[in-house]
Design a protein around this ligand. Structure first.
Ligand SMILES: [Cu+2]
Length: 182
């Protein structure tokens, strides 16, 4: 997920096949973006694209048992995160866990963020997200045992990694961290 006027880069290995790409954020009135055309089909061929696996600066893991774990020293700059999916499951919102990166301003309320991450709640995933929270990258859910990557420009400040599941805080899937000046 990316906030307005923000762009993001994520990488995943796709086996040849047919995929659906979709956005399931909602308008403030509850209308799913998919009904506005944010859904399309992608066909992945078996032709080699000669892309190397990304080199990660930081290793993140996510699992049902331990939530999101991340290194203690995340430094500023243009950085790539590897996300290792130790397991995968279906949460109460019918989705698996994923990892999103958010920048937190002083007025960010983690309780609001915690509630917003559940699309199944009427106000969940509706609008632009809580005040003071900017979504700047991340990766959608992936199968157990796989790794995906995302990159973001980290400036000094406060951030969180958060999964799009009901009550991520209670599952260890809302982890804040501080990026120092250098
Ligand atoms: Cu959308």
């Amino acid at each position: 997920m990316v906030s307005p006027e923000t762009s993001a880069v994520a990488s995943a290995y796709l086996d040849p096949g047919t995929y659906v790409i979709e956005c399931y954020v909602k308008l403030p009135d509850g209308t799913f973006h998919t009904t506005l055309g944010m859904i399309d089909q992608i066909v992945v061929t078996d032709e080699d694209n000669n892309q190397a696996e990304p080199q990660a600066d930081f290793e993140v893991t996510i699992s049902s048992a331990n939530g999101i774990t991340l290194p203690s020293n995340i430094l500023p700059g243009q950085r790539t995160f590897a996300v290792h999916f130790q397991d995968q499951t279906v949460h109460d919102n019918f989705l698996g866990h994923d990892v999103h990166l958010v920048k937190l301003e002083d007025n960010a309320d983690l309780t609001e963020l915690d509630a917003w991450m559940n699309w199944a709640a009427p106000a969940g995933l509706a609008g632009h997200g809580p005040e003071g929270v900017t979504f700047i990258g991340g990766t959608q859910e992936a199968p157990a045992g796989t790794t995906t990557y995302f990159s973001a420009l980290l400036k000094p400040g406060t951030y969180a990694l958060v999964a799009e599941v009901p009550s991520p805080m209670s599952k260890g899937m809302l982890q804040t961290f501080t990026v120092p000046a250098n």
